[in-house]
Write a protein that binds this ligand. Structure first.
Ligand code: ZN
Length: 172
């Protein structure tokens, strides 16, 4: 099983390094991606994971395909999950001025939950796991995830900017 590191581990506070685009399809990076996917799949309430959370200081994050399943509810097994989405060297190129306090937790900051003010829409440029350049606009949960995950790559945890932080449930 791939271990998810917890707050206090120094790798979570590092600025993660860019991946050389020509190395994306190589064995080393593909192994990191598959480790991230299995770590994420092991967490019932996990919607995304960044490489530093498995102690790899690289600019990669993975979004669970289950969030694209229209009937999926948090904490439940997805019925029709889409493939997980991989974002490498992601850069948020646009953030809406409209912001909202959104409830969030983190697989590396168990068992805390809190509210963070996030843009409601965001556009991200990145490479996918095949090494292709992609641009993805998002609103709602996906925009929220983009901001949380890019923060991870800059050594920022949600508790740094959160209000009303309290302990919440952790699934078995
Ligand atoms: Zn997190």
């Amino acid at each position: 099983m791939v271990e998810i590191v917890q707050n206090g581990h120094p790798v979570l506070r590092e600025t993660a390094q860019e991946v050389a685009p020509e190395e994306i399809t190589g064995e080393k990076i593909q192994k990191v991606i598959s480790d991230m996917k299995s770590a994420l799949a092991s967490q019932k309430d996990g919607v995304a994971i960044a490489a530093p959370q498995i102690a790899v200081p690289l600019r990669i994050f993975v979004v669970a395909g289950k969030i694209f399943d229209p009937v999926w509810e948090e904490g439940q097994e997805p019925e029709n999950p889409e493939p997980d989405m991989v974002f490498i060297n992601p850069v948020i190129t646009k953030r809406s001025k409209t912001k909202k306090w959104m409830h969030e937790g983190c697989l590396s900051v168990r068992p805390l939950w809190g509210e963070v003010r996030r843009s409601t829409n965001a556009t991200l440029e990145a490479y996918n796991e095949k090494g292709e350049k992609i641009t993805r606009g998002a609103g709602g949960l996906l925009a929220h995830i983009f901001q949380h995950e890019v923060d991870h790559l800059d050594g920022v945890l949600f508790i740094d900017n959160a209000r009303n932080v309290e302990e919440g449930p952790v699934p078995e």
